[in-house]
Ligand binder design. Structure first.
Ligand SMILES: N=CN[C@@H](CCC(=O)O)C(=O)O
Ligand SMILES: [Zn+2]
Length: 418
């Protein structure tokens, strides 16, 4: 007979809280060591929220008269918050394997983009795909992310560019949000590339005059729920002026600004993001010193994407400088047809090796700080009483093994979402 509480996780070797005082993000010295309880237990209530965390014997005493729908013996194991992936492009059709060969032969991302490949190749395939087919592949991809420990993922549109296909993608994301056991933060990314036959200014006008009013209407009717607005601010894609106009219009209809900036060329995108009150800016391989200082002061988070720099052989984003200056650093997989990585443990590992982040910095960046980038760190990203009981159990006695061994031991034994 069900009753009392949803779940008791008993006697874990470590419960990695990440933070324990209601912090909305971790930066500077707070990243030196994360909050961890040894030999601890955790209780999730029927409503899916965490009710208690503490020493195993204390929890046992406190809940000795209570009943649980499920109990898991976590002896020798480690409990972590579910991982948060702050940047993904997971809805699309068609493969771009041929472009990998072109890149290995020396073509750059922009060479391929300017020749009509890259994003625009995927746009053609995605426009042709049925909504059902898009949902089916999306569901499989989300399943892979979950199996690697992701419990909340930001998911972008952006392979439609026209209103019809952007809405098709957003409906697919909305369906997943309602039907699947994974948290989703939905992002409208209709300015991911300039559609064929249009200039950036014309594309921006179309978005501002046609796409955004429709999103507002559908949001008001409860048909789709969009959290963020994104633009690919890049030389040869959307310039600073078009980016500003689109992001401001998105903000005016209540969306959080969370966009691609300073990736391949220095654009002063970070400075623009701060001016507009952006919640997050992704990539930042080419961010200026002034941009870093402005982001730190404005608490605008940097979503760093180690798979992109690796795949495209770009210079690494200056994670160390950002961290030392107090920027709120988050991580994302950037899952897309050009960077096919589902795994946040692999992303943390690359962040440590290639971007020289410490293990606590990488774990905070994949939990509380990623949740902050999505405006969800009041409910996600740490194990604290009152937060959502999204957590993973790894068959290892310390959290470090999760990052050190991304090729094997990273697969969580249990993934629990509430
Ligand atoms: N840079 C722009 N967007 C993606 C790539 C998308 C694609 O190539 O399909 C990124 O974040 O890496
Ligand atoms: Zn991206």
């Amino acid at each position: 007979m069900a009753g009392g509480h949803r779940l008791l996780l008993e006697n874990a070797r470590q419960v990695v809280l990440v933070c324990a005082r209601g912090e909305r993000f971790l930066a500077r010295d707070a990243l030196r060591s994360l909050a961890v309880l040894e030999d601890a237990s955790l209780v999730v209530g029927i409503d899916g929220f965490i009710k208690a965390i503490g020493p195993g014997d204390a929890i046992q005493k406190q809940f000795s008269e209570e009943t649980f729908q499920e109990r898991i013996d976590c002896t020798g194991k480690c409990i972590l918050p579910g991982l948060v992936d702050a940047h993904t492009h997971p809805v699309w059709a068609g493969e771009r394997v041929h472009e990998f060969a072109m890149k290995l032969a020396g073509a750059t991302y922009m060479d391929i983009h300017q020749a009509g490949g890259g994003i625009n190749f995927t746009v053609e395939r995605t426009r042709q795909a049925s909504e059902e087919a898009l949902f089916s592949s999306f569901r499989q991809r989300l399943g892979c992310m979950m199996r690697a420990g992701t419990t909340l993922a930001e998911c972008k549109s952006g392979y439609g560019l026209n209103l019809e296909t952007e809405l098709k993608m957003l409906r697919v994301i909305e369906r997943a949000r309602r039907e699947l056991d994974i948290g989703i933060s939905a992002t409208y990314c209709g300015a991911h590339s300039v559609p064929k036959g249009k200039t950036a200014t014309e594309a921006a006008d179309d978005i501002i005059n046609n796409h955004l009013p429709k999103l507002k209407e559908l949001g008001r009717n409860g048909e789709i729920h969009v959290d963020n607005i994104d633009v690919f601010c890049e030389k040869g894609v959307f310039d600073l002026d078009s980016t500003r106009r689109i992001l401001q219009s998105g903000k005016d209809i209540g969306l959080q600004i969370n966009f691609h900036g300073d990736e391949l060329h220095p654009m002063k995108a970070a400075e623009l993001g701060v001016e507009l009150g952006a919640k997050a800016i992704s990539h930042l391989e080419e961010v200026s010193d002034e941009g870093i200082a402005a982001m730190a002061a404005a608490r605008c988070s940097a979503v760093l994407l180690p798979t992109t720099a690796y795949m495209l052989r770009l210079k690494q984003p200056r994670a160390r400088k950002m961290l030392d200056e107090g920027v709120i650093v988050a991580l994302g997989s950037d899952f897309n047809p050009n960077a096919y990585c589902f795994s946040m443990p692999m992303v943390m590992h690359l962040a440590c090796v290639n971007m020289r982040m410490s293990m606590p910095e990488a774990l905070a960046a994949a939990t509380i700080n990623a949740a902050y980038a999505l405006g969800k760190s009041h409910t996600h990203g740490s194990l604290e009483v009152g937060k959502q009981g999204d957590l993973i159990i790894i068959n290892s006695s310390s959290k470090e093994q999760h990052q050190e061994s991304p090729f094997g031991k990273q697969v969580p034994q249990h993934i629990l979402l509430h």
